[in-house]
Design a protein around this ligand. Structure first.
Ligand SMILES: [Fe+2]
Ligand SMILES: [Fe+2]
Length: 151
């Protein structure tokens, strides 16, 4: 099993990558062009698909051999928190899959649909940021402050 400091570093690096992608996507949806929307929309489709795939893989890594198993080994009493994160992974994943299908089907002429989908993407970003912040708090609580304590 990796050491607590390895796990804390791994999750920090993973979340830094996720926050980079979140920042790029935030910028993209904040800049819907008024004219010649086609290249912007094509880029949005590619970017959101990459984003969804990255985040779903991130959730899978956290669950399989990532920090969630390690949290339970160190602190079995945190099972409800770990379960809640896993349930959020399922929900965020489903929401991203359904929004991705909507994004993929957008036509440049559907300007109001595009605005609607961008609002949903901003909402997903807000939920993801909150999820990742809560994970960072858990990780710093379990792997940083409590190094060496096993209860
Ligand atoms: Fe997570
Ligand atoms: Fe995460």
């Amino acid at each position: 099993m990796p050491s607590p400091s390895d796990i804390a570093r791994w999750i920090r690096e993973e979340h830094a990558k996720a926050f980079d992608l979140i920042a790029q996507l935030t910028e993209h949806v904040a800049a819907i062009p008024r004219t010649n929307i086609e290249p912007w929309l094509r880029e949005l489709k590619e970017e959101f698909e990459r984003f969804r795939a990255h985040m779903q893989q991130h959730f899978a890594l956290e669950e399989e051999g990532g920090y969630l198993t390690a949290v339970l080994q160190i602190r079995p009493a945190l099972q409800p928190e770990v379960d809640a994160f896993t349930v959020e992974h399922r929900q965020l994943s489903q929401i991203m899959t359904s929004v991705n299908a909507e994004v993929a089907g957008l036509e440049p002429s559907q300007t109001l649909h595009i605005r609607d989908v961008c609002a949903r993407i901003r909402n997903i970003i807000a939920m993801l940021e909150q999820h990742e912040d809560h994970e960072n708090n858990l990780v710093s609580h379990v792997f940083t402050q409590d190094v060496g304590s096993h209860d």
